[in-house]
Write a protein that binds this ligand. Structure first.
Ligand code: PEP
Ligand code: MN
Length: 284
């Protein structure tokens, strides 16, 4: 990894903090939790999610509007209409938004209404996209490739940083292996290694790693115990009706319970969680 000049730590305490908003930052003392559906399906769906999750508290919302689907016949995402929904929910609930960018041509429109641009697993080595996102003025969530080595992952982040964008968060989301019981294998060893090698924040996506909702809460707590700076988790008002990744979607109540259960684990390793922000009462 000797070529990774910008991503590798130059001293042991070097630690990058990536700000999603004035109130939410990834890589500091506090664990950040991002939640929401795999795919944006309607304004009602996203509002229901935001209403439930804001007091969990979840710090940012996710939802894809451009979806990388295995089949060309599967729903490909709502596109611009979905982006308008995200922009509306962002404004109404004052929660930062994370959504996936699949092509260079989408960067400008997505950057106009999202707070963090996600590069999906399938695009981790789309080098032209990495170079373009490196020139965007927004934080990036870089997901580990489906079967990428730690070195390839680090070098993908190096592409983004070397093109001028220092605000990169790494996301371990499981890697391919032989056993179909779990969708992928969650590589917590990589989380520990990446925290040691790089100065970038590292978060974990247990949803795409496990592929089964009943595994997600325990994997989430394990990830925090291993030093992850946050979690990104899929949930849905009616999980079985999710247009994509239904089997791994949590109910909103399960999501709230999961968030609360992370607190003692975070505190046991000297980290904190975000406390519930009460809505400001208007002063008459
Ligand atoms: C997603 O976040 O919905 C997604 C497609 O993730 P990944 O790129 O990790 O498969
Ligand atoms: Mn998904």
């Amino acid at each position: 990894m000797k070529d990774a000049k910008l991503v590798v730590k130059s001293e042991s305490h070097q630690n990058t903090i990536v700000h999603l908003s004035d109130h939410v930052a990834i890589g500091g003392q506090k664990i950040v939790i991002i939640g929401g559906p795999c795919t944006v399906e309607s304004l009602t769906q996203m509002e229901t999610v935001a209403q439930h999750l804001q007091f969990a508290p979840v710090q940012a919302l996710r939802g894809g509007v451009y979806k990388p689907r295995t089949s060309p016949y599967a729903f490909q995402g709502m596109g611009l209409e979905g982006l308008e929904i995200l922009a509306e929910v962002r404004k109404r609930y004052e929660m930062p938004i994370v959504t996936e960018v699949m092509a260079i041509s989408q960067i400008e429109e997505i950057a106009a209404c999202a707070d963090m641009l996600q590069i999906g697993s399938r695009n981790m080595q789309n080098f032209d996209l990495l170079k373009a996102i490196g020139q965007a003025n927004k934080p990036v969530l870089l997901k580990r490739g489906l079967a990428s080595t730690i070195e390839e992952f680090v070098m993908a982040a190096e592409y983004i940083m070397s093109y001028g964008n220092p605000n990169v968060v790494l996301c371990e989301r499981g890697i391919r292996s032989f056993d179909p019981y779990t969708r992928n294998v969650l590589d917590l060893g990589a989380v520990v290694a990446l925290k040691q090698i790089t100065h970038l924040p590292v978060i974990v996506d247990p949803s795409h790693a496990a592929g089964k909702r009943e595994l997600i809460a325990d994997l989430s707590r394990g990830a925090i115990a291993c030093g992850a700076d946050g979690l990104i988790i899929e949930c849905h008002p009616e999980p079985d009706k999710s247009v994509s990744d239904a089997r791994q979607a949590l109910t909103l109540d399960d999501m709230v319970n999961l968030v609360r259960s992370v607190k003692p684990v975070a505190e046991a390793i000297g980290r904190q969680v975000y406390e519930i922000q009460r809505p400001q009462l208007a002063i008459a």
